[in-house]
Structures are given as structure tokens and as C-alpha cells.
Design a binder for this molecule. Structure first.
Ligand SMILES: [Zn+2]
Length: 77
């Protein structure tokens, strides 16, 4: 998995997980809420393994998908 896949996975699991949590909360289903929490956690945790620069291997800032690495300045793509 490359850093781009990792970024989108974080986004999708984050948003999806929060929605699932909300649904679980609204319908009073603890298990559904738990699945949402697991999704958000999984999305966050996987970034520490996969969301890093392919050149220098340092962790990238998670707010945006950068075009160049802020550390080694090489173009990411
Ligand atoms: Zn780099």
C-alpha cells in the first residue's frame, strides 16, 4: 500500500466510521457504534505504517496530501 492509498483509506474510514458511530448512537446499538470506533481507529493507525514519504520514509503531515515531501523536498506522486 502506498501513501496515497493510505491517505484515502484514512479519510474514508474516518468519515465512514463517524457516520457508523452516529447511526449506532441514534439507534442505540452499541455493537454498531463499536464498529464505527474500530473503523476510525484502524484508519488512523494504518497511517503510521503506510503514510510516509516514499523517498526518505518520514511521516507526512496528515492534514493534506502534499505534492512534495516537506523533509527531503522530492516530488511525491
Ligand atoms: Zn521525503
Amino acid at each position: 500500500m502506498n501513501y496515497k492509498t493510505s491517505y484515502w483509506l484514512m479519510r474514508i474510514l474516518g468519515v465512514g466510521g463517524i457516520l457508523v458511530m452516529l447511526i449506532g448512537g441514534l439507534t442505540n446499538q452499541t455493537i454498531v457504534g463499536g464498529i464505527g470506533v474500530v473503523c476510525v481507529l484502524a484508519g488512523t493507525i494504518q497511517t503510521s505504517f503506510f503514510f510516509h514519504c516514499p523517498h526518505c520514509k518520514r511521516d507526512l503531515p496528515k492534514r493534506t496530501l502534499p505534492k512534495t515531501c516537506p523533509y527531503c523536498k522530492k516530488p511525491l506522486d
